[in-house]
Design a protein around this ligand. Structure first.
Ligand SMILES: *[C@@H]1O[C@H](CO)[C@@H](O)[C@H](O)[C@H]1NC(C)=O
Ligand SMILES: *[C@@H]1O[C@H](CO)[C@@H](O)[C@H](O)[C@H]1NC(C)=O
Ligand SMILES: *[C@@H]1O[C@H](CO)[C@@H](O)[C@H](O)[C@H]1NC(C)=O
Ligand SMILES: *[C@@H]1O[C@H](CO)[C@@H](O)[C@H](O)[C@H]1NC(C)=O
Length: 321
């Protein structure tokens, strides 16, 4: 009995040792895979001076003799377990292919800030594996290809900025699954197709910018569900049809800019319910009918531009408000 007990204790200890070494080994392997993914990307870049600290050699400038690790690499942040959680290299002079970075090897990434570089290629579909991702800023690069539908899998994403690239294709309806998104910027690309009605699911969306693209189709009525919208920038597309009257539900809307499109119909009178509105840019469209007097309810107006439409009738005296 006593022998049995001590034997089982020894077995338990052995098991615990095996278990902990497996965990350490797994953690070590994960860390190795992260370093390899980053170094492989560095090696693939055509311009990478900013990444001179990304090296497995001990850092010559460091005060200790420890091995260098991503912990101290420029633009890299890690959690307490040493896993890479952020890449922050805004305007760092990087040139090369975005898809040579193996995102699936960096599963703890929460923030990717690589805007204002010269990155090209398409956003890889494996971006969808980053279940912790909160920020994705890739604006002002030379990215091409379309927005991968896998972006819709990033359930924690609050900021997506893909503006000022050469992105084509349409807006994937899966973007409607980004239910935590607050800022959505895809302006200055060549994105075509219509705005999917699923965007109406984005209840937390505060700013939507898709100006200067090739978007067509009509504005979805589900726009009225996006109750936290403050800013809508859609000027310079080919959007047609009327402004849905549901816009009257957007009680926080401050800027609604849809200039230079193919919008038609009359200006909805319930825009007068959106008392927060400061900027309403409707110019260069095909709106007809008269200016609704309810517009005069909008006491915060700083910018109202209606020129180059087919509007008729008198200027309502309420505008004097
Ligand atoms: C970069 O990715 C392309 C495929 O997109 C591949 O052909 C090329 O070998 C990669 N370059 C490096 C240095 O890994
Ligand atoms: C990492 O950075 C810290 C703080 O800047 C420094 O004290 C340490 O020596 C660095 N370690 C290595 C290995 O470079
Ligand atoms: C998104 O990127 C564009 C282009 O670089 C920039 O002008 C804009 O300020 C960015 N918006 C946010 C909220 O980062
Ligand atoms: C959105 O997510 C749900 C469940 O997570 C999934 O079934 C659906 O296919 C996704 N929609 C799109 C358009 O990707």
């Amino acid at each position: 009995m006593a022998i049995d007990k001590s034997l089982s204790l020894v077995l338990l200890l052995l098991w615990a040792m095996v278990l902990s070494s497996t965990i350490n080994a797994a953690s070590f392997m994960e860390s190795q895979a992260e370093m390899e993914a980053l170094l492989k990307w560095k090696a693939s870049l055509l311009e990478r001076q900013a990444l001179s600290s990304w090296s497995l050699l001990p850092n010559a400038n460091a005060s200790t003799t420890q091995d260098s690790s991503p912990y101290n690499w420029t633009g890299i942040s890690c959690n307490s377990a040493g896993r890479v959680t952020g890449i922050s290299l805004h305007d760092a002079g990087l040139q090369g292919k975005i898809d040579n970075l193996s995102f699936s090897s960096l599963p703890n990434l929460a923030h990717i800030v690589l805007d204002q570089n010269a990155l090209f290629g398409a956003i890889p579909t494996q971006i969808g594996t980053l279940s912790e991702l909160v920020t994705l800023k890739l604006s002002s690069n030379q990215l091409s290809g379309s927005i991968p539908k896998e972006i819709g899998e990033l359930k924690k994403l609050t900021m997506l900025n893909l503006s000022h690239n050469h992105i084509t294709g349409s807006i994937p309806s899966s973007l409607g699954n980004l239910t935590n998104i607050v800022n959505l910027f895809i302006s200055d690309n060549q994105i075509s197709g219509s705005i999917p009605q699923q965007v109406g699911n984005l209840k937390f969306l505060d700013q939507q910018a898709a100006a200067a693209n090739l978007l067509n189709g009509s504005l979805p009525a589900t726009l009225g569900n996006m109750i936290n919208l403050h800013f809508v920038f859609l000027c310079g597309n080919e959007i047609s049809g009327p402004i849905p009257s549901e816009i009257g539900n957007l009680k926080k809307l401050m800027m609604f800019q849809v200039c230079a499109n193919l919008l038609a119909g009359s200006i909805p009178s319930n825009l007068g319910n959106v008392t927060t509105l400061e900027s309403l840019l409707l110019f260069e469209n095909h709106f007809h009918g008269s200016i609704p007097p309810q517009i005069g309810n909008l006491y915060h107006f700083a910018d109202l531009r209606l020129f180059e439409n087919n509007l008729t009738g008198p200027i309502p005296p309420s505008l004097g408000n």
